[in-house]
Design a protein around this ligand. Structure first.
Ligand SMILES: [Zn+2]
Length: 476
């Protein structure tokens, strides 16, 4: 995970609540389209250039303030730091909403590529655009909060009165191998969503209205417009790429189904039907790595354990980070700044609450790079550090760009860079850095590859279908 520049750090909730404060700045009796038309006839390309320069300045300053506040909140979780960080986020969101709507006055103007692109980026910065109507935007804000609340507090309560949180159930889904227990958990969690349906329908209707005001057919079309191609082409491109991966997924599916059939019986896992989703080790069947023990190929143990190797070679948290940094400097990247080591969080503090989920930050959009992570001395975490530093080196690579371009090539790319880098923590690499004496025979790679496929290949159709489902939900 990484902390993004202004664009993606705006939560839907904040967008909506800020709109509630700003949506009615115009004369209540004036009609938005007419206002825009009148303004549009008066503005020039010079006005657009000045508008963009001003917004870059305003948003840069706000972004710096917001990332400082967020960093402090994530590292010292208290009532006050939460309030301060929410307040500055609200301020930033309010500014983005205001500017995105102002940007519409340049819609019909001939502009150079660069100016048009920046204005488009500003318009697309909202995830759930609300209509410019105070009542409706307040309603959308309330729906987002309510849906989040139901999901976050959601519990499955059994007839005997005992209740399980999503966290409890996630742990059981990963480790239980009891068919009926898993089925019960899967179905139990899905009771939580039932009251969400009517709220979700209202949310869809309201945000579609907002997207239409910004000039998109619906919110799904707006989301698909972020990829430098027409919205419909993006959906087709995803289908094309998925077609390339599908044969590999089909093979994985076939193997996993056969192994699950051996484990649970072919009456429970029919070999000519889809796999019962509750047997895949995850509440959404989105990654299958938790059932590696069930589907592991024979004799695939590589004969070493990175966690043990780290201990044998006296790797503490700092040495793990230095080791990961060396991966990047060995490819010719400049070392991280001293401030990275002074300001990052590497170990879980004993005396206060922090967000332990690993994240990578660039506080000032220049070179104030940091990670925040409660590092454990395990092989898994050693890979995660490589992943996080992947974000940091990527952030640094675009730090001379204007703020509108200070982001990954598209919104999937940042994680992809991190994950690609983490893929390089191979036996060969471990030998090179002196952790492993001898690289195991290539035949041992099959276990590592299977683990990777269970998490990464299985996720691809899941991720795609979630987006396709949501796009369909926005079609009205
Ligand atoms: Zn990441």
């Amino acid at each position: 995970m990484k902390k993004t520049p202004f664009k993606l750090s705006i939560s839907a909730l904040m967008v909506a609540s800020a709109l509630a404060l700003t949506g009615c700045n115009d004369d209540a009796t004036s009609n938005k389209t007419t206002t825009a038309e009148v303004k549009a006839s008066q503005v020039t390309a010079q006005d657009a250039a000045k508008f963009i320069a001003d917004t870059e300045k305003e948003l840069s300053a706000l972004y710096l303030e917001a990332s400082r506040a967020e960093w402090i909140y994530a590292n010292f979780i208290t009532h006050d730091t939460a309030e301060l960080s929410a307040e500055v986020n609200r301020k930033m969101t309010e500014a983005v909403v205001r500017l995105a709507n102002e940007a519409a006055k340049f819609d019909s103007l001939e502009l150079d590529y660069d100016a048009r692109r920046k204005l488009d980026k500003l318009k697309l910065a909202l995830t759930l655009p609300a209509p410019q109507d105070a009542e409706k935007t307040a309603k959308l804000s309330q729906l987002v909060a309510e849906l989040g609340g139901i999901y976050g507090k959601g519990k499955y309560c059994k007839e005997d009165g005992s209740c399980l949180s999503l966290g409890d159930m996630t742990a059981k889904m990963a480790t239980s191998r009891d068919y009926n227990e898993l089925l019960d958990l899967w179905q139990g969690w899905r009771q939580v969503s039932k009251p969400m349906r009517p709220l979700y329908e209202q949310q869809v209707a309201l945000t579609n209205e907002g997207a239409k005001e910004l000039g998109y057919a619906d919110t799904g079309a707006m989301w698909r417009s972020k990829y430098d191609m027409p919205a419909d082409d993006f959906a087709k491109e995803l289908d094309r790429i998925w077609g390339q991966v599908k044969p590999l997924y089909d093979s994985l599916h076939c193997h996993v189904r056969a192994k699950l059939g051996e484990k649970y019986g072919e009456d429970k896992v029919p070999q000519d039907q889809p796999i019962p989703a509750h047997l895949l080790g995850n509440m959404w069947a989105q990654t299958w790595g938790n059932i590696y023990d069930v589907v592991a190929p024979e004799n695939a143990d590589p004969g070493y354990d990175v966690t043990e190797l780290l201990a044998e070679h006296d790797y503490d948290e700092l040495k793990m980070v230095r080791g990961a940094e060396k991966f990047f400097t060995s490819m010719g990247f400049a070392p991280l700044p001293d401030t990275f080591y002074e300001r990052s969080l590497f170990t879980k503090p004993q005396d206060r609450d922090v967000q332990c989920h690993a994240s990578a930050w660039n506080i000032d959009s220049k070179d104030d790079l940091r990670i925040k992570m409660c590092i454990q001395r395990t092989g898994e975490e050693f890979s995660v550090i490589h992943h996080e530093l992947g974000h940091n080196f990527y952030q640094r690579a675009y730090n001379t760009q204007p703020i509108y371009y200070q982001e990954s090539a598209n919104d999937g790319f940042h994680e992809a860079i991190g994950d690609t880098i983490a893929l390089s923590v191979t036996p060969g690499y471990l030998k090179e850095i002196g952790l492993l004496d001898e690289v195991p025979d290539e035949s041992k790679d099959i276990g590592l590859l299977m683990k990777m496929a269970l998490d990464k290949v299985a996720f691809i159709p899941f991720g795609l279908l979630v987006d396709q489902w949501r796009w369909k939900g926005f079609l009205r």
